[in-house]
Write a protein that binds this ligand. Structure first.
Ligand code: AMP
Ligand code: MG
Length: 347
């Protein structure tokens, strides 16, 4: 299949190209597009045949539901049973990097929701995403635009690497802002539940939802072995092509452990660390600085691109430090734990 590539400005999208991509969506084709979180692989959410193609292109298990993207509260309302107007969080955080789960209305095909009666909705804030949905005139189902299991794409070439010749169109709209997937909250329970931490911190969410339950599953700690609360949780995600070891626990012992593993390894090893800790390792180690512990948003933006790009640079063992689980740090640790081939806890 020949993939049409459309270079579109993220600040002021060229409408002729947006319309071209929208025609693809309307005729049941797949279009990869940027959002403020990561790139998504979109299809008309109301067309089960188009949605089926997403699963095939990504190699995604069909019991892993898709998030539906909308460009207005009215469009969101048409897809769910609840009265969206009654949910303050939708008014406060949309458009933005938050997915809310509601009971689905009958117009949502069951292939979108993996046969469940609930649907995840997001109103993205990215100009290209909004214009694409508006021009298509339909909600767009879109998981991350990577092959299943790989790190989510944050740069246009990540999408091309995974999906060229597997999808009809790729919009190339620059680097994504947050670099991590949306925060997911299940609004169908008595108490709202954080299923996946993301760019909006749990501290901010608790201001809007004082009852919010943050489960151990959302942290993705290795010791969690309860049922999968969100279907996608049971799959290994975001994995780089080479072994990734995450070392967490008390900082001093973790640091010693990372050095010990790196010294014993006879593979080309990279240590993923922070600006503050880089100096501690001394010479003789390859250190990749993800960002500062004081600005975890930068660490988040760099995480997936680093996991994707280091294997291509010849590294065949990655060892990562842990990051503080505050603010977006909870999402960073969730992704690192899920991506890791092995988690070592020095506590
Ligand atoms: P992705 O868009 O690839 O980041 O994946 C979407 C994720 O959203 C899935 O893996 C699920 O964990 C979650 N999700 C989507 N819809 C639902 C739903 N109706 N109930 C629970 N989780 C959902
Ligand atoms: Mg994904």
């Amino acid at each position: 299949m020949k993939t049409l590539k459309l270079k579109i400005s993220p600040e002021s999208p060229e409408m002729d190209k947006i319309k071209q991509a929208a025609e693809y969506i309307k005729s049941g084709k797949l279009v990869a597009f940027p959002t403020e979180t990561v790139y998504g692989l979109g299809a008309n959410a109301l067309d089960p045949y188009a949605v089926k193609k997403i699963y095939i292109a990504k190699g995604r298990p069909e019991d892993n539901p898709l998030i539906v993207h909308v460009s207005s509260l009215e469009m969101a309302q048409s897809l769910v049973v609840e009265n969206i107007d009654a949910f303050e969080i939708a008014h406060r955080l949309w458009p933005g990097p938050v997915t809310l789960i509601f009971h689905k209305s009958s117009v949502v095909p069951s292939i979108v929701t993996a046969m469940m009666q609930t649907v995840g909705l997001r109103f993205p804030a990215h100009p290209i995403a909004i214009k694409l949905i508006e021009s298509s005139g339909v909600p767009i189902a879109a998981p991350s635009a990577n092959l299943s299991g790989k790190p989510s794409p944050t740069e246009e070439w990540h999408v091309v690497e995974d999906l060229d010749s597997r999808v009809e169109c790729i919009i190339q709209g620059g680097k994504t802002l947050f670099g991590l997937e949306s925060t997911i909250i299940d609004m169908t329970r008595k108490k709202p539940r954080l299923l996946r931490p993301g760019p909006v911190s749990p501290e901010r969410l608790k201001e809007l939802l004082p009852d919010l339950v943050v489960s151990e599953a959302a942290r993705a700690r290795a010791k969690y072995d309860g049922p999968a609360l969100s279907p996608g949780m049971k799959y290994r995600h975001y994995s780089p092509d080479v072994e990734l070891i995450l070392v967490e626990g008390n900082p001093f012992d973790s640091f010693k452990k990372i050095k010990e593993i790196a010294l014993q390894s006879n593979r080309k090893t990279a240590i993923l660390c922070s600006k503050e800790t880089e100096m501690l390792y001394g010479k003789g180690f390859e250190k990749i600085v993800l960002g500062s512990r004081e600005d975890l948003y930068i660490v988040a933006t760099n995480l997936f691109s680093t996991l994707r790009e280091l294997p291509g640079k010849g590294f065949d063992l990655l060892i990562s430090e842990a990051f503080p689980e505050k603010g977006i740090g909870l999402a960073i640790m969730n992704r690192l734990r899920k991506a890791a081939w092995k988690v070592i806890n020095t506590d």
